[in-house]
Each structure stands twice: as C-alpha cells, then as structure tokens.
Write a protein that binds this ligand. Structure first.
Ligand code: TRP
Length: 449
C-alpha cells in the first residue's frame, strides 16, 4: 500500500487543493456573517491574529503527522503512539475524528445544496423558465434533497477519481475560477451607491468590542472551521505531500490565502448589504446586521432582483462562486473516511467513495427531514465541541507522541536549515503547551458563555 500511495503532483497542486479545502462556505458566508455579528473590523483583526497564533500551529501539527505517517488519521495516530493502551486510545481518537468529519459533511452537503438550488434558479431566470426558477428559489424538502443529492454526486465523483486525477485536478480548476469571480463581483459592488458606507462598517473597528469573550470564541471557531482543522482533513492532505516540500512555508501560505479570501468575501458581502439598504431592503434586525441564512437567501437575492439584467448575471456568478467554494471543501472532507476505507479494507477507491458518500447522504436526508431538531444540534456538536477538542488532541499528539528528533527530521525534509529558523525555536514548545492551553481556555469560555 505504502509503495504506490498517491501524491500531489506539485507544490502548486497541493496548495490549490489545501487552500481549496480551507476556502469554502466558511469563508464566503461564515466569515462575513460573523464579522457582521461581532462589530465589524474588530472581529477581522482578532480573527487574523488567532488564525496565525492558534490555527496555524494546529495546522502544522496535522501536516507534520500526516506527512510523517503517510496514512489516514486512524492509522497515523496509532503509528506515532506507544504500543498498548496509548495506541488503542489513538485509534479511538482517529475514528472519532472520522465520524466528526462525516457529520460535518452531512450538514455541509445540505447547505451546499441550497447554493446549488439558487444557482439553478438564477440560470432558470436567465433563460426564461420563471416557474422553475421560483421552485428552486423556494425552500422545500424535495428541493433540498434533490440539490443536496446533486451536490453529493459531484463530491463523490471527484473523490472517487483519486488524489491526482480527482481532488488535485478539480481544485486546480475551481479555486482560480472562484477567485476571479470574487474579484469581479467586488469590483462591481464597490462602485454601487451605498458601498462606501459598508466599507466603513467593515474596516473601521469598534474597539470597545475587541476584548469581548464572545468575539474571541466566535473568532476561534471560525478559524478552526475555515482552516478545516481537527478532523484530519489537513492531516490526510499532508499525507499525500512530497517529502521535498517545506512544510512551515506551505502551511503559512495556506493560512494566508485562506485569510485573504475570507477578507475579500467580507469586502463583497458587507458593502453589498449597504447597497441593498440604499435600494430600500432591510439589512438590520434590531440594531445588528442581518446574518445567517436570511443574509444569503433574502437580502442578497432581493439586491440581485432590484438590479435588473445585471442582477441576473451577478446572481449566477455569486451562487456559482458559492457552489465551487463548497465543492473544493466537501471533497476534502469526504477524503477523510475514504482514505481510511481504501487503506484498511479491500474496497477500491471508487467503491469506497460511493458507499461512504451514500451513507453520508442518508444523514443529509435525515437532517433535512428533521431540520428543526437536528440541524443546529449537528452543527454545534461538530464545530463548537468536537473540532476544538480534537484540535487540542492533535496538537498533543504532534507535541508529545512524536519526539523532538522525529519532528525535526520530518520538518527538515524539504527545509534544510530548519534548526536555525524562528519556526523551530517556537513551534515545538508552542504546540506542546501553549496552543492546547489557549484552545482549551477559549473552548471553556464557549461552553460557559
Ligand atoms: N474549511 C471549509 C470552509 O471554510 C470547510 C471544511 C473543509 C471543513 N474541511 C473541513 C470544516 C474540516 C471543518 C472540518 O467552508
């Protein structure tokens, strides 16, 4: 198995796939929404600090473990743990991460299906199929199941084609297209009346909110979700990375691009809300900006509609952007369980992908049917509880289960002079103690807030 394990074909291929995983609905929707919720630029500032101070070291832990062990998260954690109880617990932690990843994909598929539904609706409007457009733009159980199903088929199709021909190829196509669309949309929106007011809200910080505990907790949750941490996504992508690559540099690039795209998405969404306000659309609920689903599925569509012909083109571009961002992320989540199945069972990759993809889709259908009871619960258990806890566990695995020599050897491969770098002076200690403690402190606050 080890001998013919696939690898990303180049540094760029890996970068596009890993940033494709990181850049998703979390950036384009979650980040602007959280920003609107938490006092604008104050949140943006705290977010960037946390992304580099907390999320980047944790991302490095995943990349190092992944590339060192060249295996799925279960096998990887077992490999680096001492035999006996430690190894059993490691296997259990790995398996838990895989379950969490699958549960994240359950709700991610549903939300991605909504984006696809609105994309289809916009295309139907453009070609004059008004009734169909209305059906796709109105929420209903059948619409949700149909569109989530289409999205799930795309996700499985990419993953079943393998790391190189599937994941890398599609990430390389979709991520640049997404960036181009994002820039084009920003350029358009910033010239509309009202946009400057939005820019002010987005970029001028309300410093009084800077140290609010809620802001800190939201920023950490957002950073962990956005960098795809705590469930083994980055670990498994790292396991397909060549030994010639400089891990700290590559991890920093992924973090930077992820932050940049989140920032750009805010530059689009927040000003767009104020453009909408100029057109008479309500953008405040009480004294807070509207966030959550109402922002994406009411405020923005109302804005597009009031823009006439240009609005149709922009709606297509916007929901295409959302769908592409979602797809490059969902494939990385599906890869977590699929990697385990391919390495541990006799199933071929296509068969494992279709089977696991179908099981997850059954979960998505259940969550759509019992939406009120299940959706919020699944999101909270996975993203608010499990991701930080597994984030702590993965830092501890990298910091304590791997010894200093193993870490050094792994990072040195691709980065000759690492002993003298600032990274090596700080990170090993940081990932052992500081990072787990900081995540734990924020996590405890989030539970008791
Ligand atoms: N980071 C992606 C986003 O921002 C979603 C994602 C991909 C993810 N892989 C993950 C989230 C693993 C949590 C865990 O949309």
């Amino acid at each position: 198995m080890q001998g013919n394990r696939e690898e990303f074909s180049s540094r760029l291929g890996f970068l596009l796939a890993a940033t494709g995983s990181a850049v998703g609905l979390g950036n384009v929707w979650g980040f602007p929404t959280n920003t609107a919720d938490n006092g604008g630029a104050a949140f943006v500032a705290v977010y960037f600090v946390l992304a580099f101070a907390l999320a980047y070291p944790a991302l490095m832990a995943e990349l190092v473990i992944g590339r060192h062990t060249r295996a799925n998260i279960c096998t990887a954690l077992q490999q680096i743990s001492p035999p006996g109880t430690g190894r059993k617990m490691a296997g259990f932690a790995g398996f838990y991460a895989i379950i969490v990843a699958s549960a994240i994909l359950v709700f991610y598929t549903l939300v991605a299906g909504w984006m696809l539904a609105w994309l289809i609706a916009a295309v139907c409007t453009a070609i004059g199929l008004g009734d169909m457009a209305t059906w796709f733009a109105s929420s209903s159980l059948w619409r949700d199941i149909l569109c989530a199903g289409i999205f799930a088929v795309f996700t499985v199709a990419v993953v079943s084609s393998g790391v190189h021909h599937g994941i890398e190829r599609w990430s390389s196509r979709l991520l640049p297209s997404l960036l181009a669309l994002l820039l084009a949309l920003i350029a358009y929106v910033l010239f509309q009346p009202g946009a400057l007011e939005g820019l002010r809200v987005y970029l001028v910080p309300d410093l009084s909110r800077l140290l609010e505990p809620q802001l800190l907790v939201s920023a950490m949750g957002q950073a962990f979700f956005s960098l795809s941490l705590g469930v083994g996504t980055m670990l498994v992508y790292g396991s397909y990375l060549s030994k010639d690559e400089n891990l700290p540099a590559i991890g920093a690039m992924v973090t930077a691009v992820d932050c940049l795209v989140a920032f750009l998405a805010g530059l689009l969404i927040i000003p767009a809300m104020f453009v909408a306000q100029q057109l008479g659309i309500t953008i405040y609920a009480g004294d807070a900006l509207i966030a959550g689903p109402d922002l994406i599925f009411q405020v923005l569509p109302a804005l597009f509609e009031s823009m006439g012909l240009a609005g149709i083109v922009i709606a297509i571009a916007f929901f295409a952007l959302m769908s592409m961002a979602a797809l490059t992320s969902s494939i990385s989540i599906l890869e977590v369980p699929v990697a385990l199945a391919v390495e541990k069972t006799p199933f071929t990759r296509p068969r494992a992908s279709w089977m696991i993809g179908s099981a997850i889709f059954v979960g998505t259908v259940l969550v759509s049917v019992f939406f009120d009871r299940l959706f919020g619960w699944v999101v909270t258990v996975t993203t608010q509880y499990s991701q930080p806890l597994m984030g702590i566990a993965l830092c501890l695995f990298a910091g304590w289960a791997m010894n200093r020599n193993q870490l050094l050897a792994e990072i040195r491969s691709g980065y000759d002079n690492v002993e003298n770098s600032v990274f090596w002076k700080i990170w090993p200690f940081y990932v052992r103690l500081i990072c787990p403690l900081l995540i734990a402190a924020t996590f405890i606050q989030s539970v008791f807030l």
